[in-house]
Design a protein around this ligand. Structure first.
Ligand code: GDP
Ligand code: MN
Length: 435
């Protein structure tokens, strides 16, 4: 709104301005200097330097303009430069292929992309929890990189699911149905034995103890998601589950970080497994290693998963609802053989083996430990557990929205301390205040 100025004051200022003009005209005529002079339109004072006058937004005397006493709101002035055009031109110069701004406010970080995709296994009923998670990952990371997103389901996705998710994903969104063979009982499973085990586990109060679908899900995430044809064209994936949150800005390409630094498996939270879900997993793992000692990596991460050099499993594992990892690792002969060996024992159905301990044990044994990367900078939440960076400056710079008191890394059932010890790393200095 233009400020209102009282009538008599306007008259006074008008007269003052006219007098100034007449004086200026007389002075310039006398001295022989150019007849064009500049006056600051807001204050009515003479501007001696033409260039400065331009930058300062002063107007040429005589040009149509508002009275000096009525400053205009800034949006009435022509823009000095169009910065959106400049940003586009700059990005083209440094080789960014796409145009800036698919959505208002989006800002592409230029640079090479690696062959990577997000992957979400989900049910149609989880749509609204999932799109919250996707929106969050897009805001914190992917709107700047635009990686693709693969959605997998044991049932056909609804149109609503496809419409809403593809509207939010900034890269390509793809939808795959899981082949029956990857989500059903293999022929060597005794279904009665499996049903009895589910009943027993339910009676024992074990979480998901009586769930058949949970077992198919864990077996699928262990042995099959990476075989889905939609993932064939990729080397890397980032697993995202419904309802998860990313708490801090991620301003670099996590996939490219993995590739450039020769990493294979990246995690955020680590935790102890419920031993009742995996009574024989370690025994079978040891048998497998006896059969295939060649798969055990030199400098492996046994120190993280065992406190007695491999005699027993200490239950530590990477929480697999977040993974940024190499698909090539799961496609390797070592992992294929390990999964097949485990699958033949029937433990996914007679017990309730999770994909998290299976992935973690494989990564810890078949990889040199320096191929495992801890994303301590990824603020993350799934269910009751949170990772929140402890350094206050970091949280400020990355606009984190988590409370450091909720950080799980050095508390209770977390394997965070074990990780730092086994990796021979110094814990962050703040850890003592958050245990
Ligand atoms: P939790 O994290 O161990 O409690 O297990 P979740 O219930 O979160 O399941 C893990 C992942 O598998 C999530 O991405 C789920 O959306 C997905 N999931 C679990 N069960 C099913 C299922 O029966 N069908 C499909 N399509 N996805 C499932
Ligand atoms: Mn989950």
């Amino acid at each position: 709104m233009i400020p209102r100025v009282p009538q008599n004051k306007r008259l006074l200022v008008g007269v003052a301005t006219a007098v100034t003009f007449i004086l200026l005209y007389l002075i310039s005529a006398q001295s022989g200097s150019p007849k064009v002079v500049y006056v600051d339109k807001a204050t009515g004072t003479v501007v001696s330097d033409f260039k400065e006058a331009l930058v300062g937004g002063s107007t040429l005397v005589g040009a149509p303009s508002a009275p000096a006493s009525q400053p205009q709101p800034p949006h009435d002035e022509p823009p000095i430069k169009d910065s959106s055009q400049e940003e586009n031109a700059a990005l083209q110069q440094i080789g960014a292929k796409e145009e800036v701004g698919k959505q208002p406010g989006d800002c592409l970080i230029p640079g090479e992309r690696v062959k990577a995709t997000f992957v979400s296994l989900a049910r149609n009923e989880e749509l609204y929890e999932l799109i919250k998670a996707i929106r969050n990952v897009e805001d914190r990371f992917n709107r700047k990189f635009r990686y693709d997103w693969v959605f997998l389901n044991d049932k056909p996705f609804t149109q609503e699911f496809k419409d809403l998710t593809s509207a939010i994903v900034s890269g390509k969104a793809m939808y795959g149905e899981i082949p029956k063979e990857h989500w059903s009982y293999p022929d060597w499973i005794d279904k009665d034995k499996a049903a009895k085990s589910r009943a027993d586990m339910k009676a024992a109060g074990i979480i998901y103890g009586d769930s058949e679908s949970y077992r198919h899900m864990c077996r699928f995430e262990s042995g099959f998601f990476w075989r889905h044809p939609l993932l064939d064209e990729y080397d890397w994936y980032w697993r995202v589950e419904p309802g998860i949150q990313v708490h801090c800005d991620l301003n670099y390409d996590l996939f490219k970080y993995m590739e450039d630094n020769d990493k294979v498996y990246g995690f955020t939270i680590s935790i102890y497994e419920f031993d009742k879900t995996i009574p024989t997993l370690w025994k079978h793992t040891k048998d497998f290693i006896k059969l295939h000692p060649e798969y055990l990596a030199k400098d492996n991460f046994m120190g993280f998963i065992s406190n007695d050099k491999g005699e027993t499993y200490n239950l530590c594992h990477f929480w697999s609802n977040f993974e940024v990892a190499s698909l090539k690792f799961w496609r390797s002969q070592a992992y294929r053989d390990y999964f097949e060996y485990l699958d033949q024992t029937g433990g996914f159905f007679y017990e309730r083996w999770g994909d998290a301990p299976v992935h973690s044990i494989a990564a810890a044994l078949f990889l040199p430990k320096d191929k495992i990367h801890y994303f301590h900078d990824v603020g993350y939440n799934h269910g009751v557990y949170t990772q929140c960076p402890l350094n206050a400056e970091f949280r400020y710079e990355h606009r984190c929205d988590c409370n450091p008191n909720s950080d799980f890394t050095f508390r209770g059932y977390s394997c965070g301390k074990k990780y730092y010890e086994a990796m021979n790393l110094e814990k962050p200095k703040e850890w003592v205040d958050y245990q």
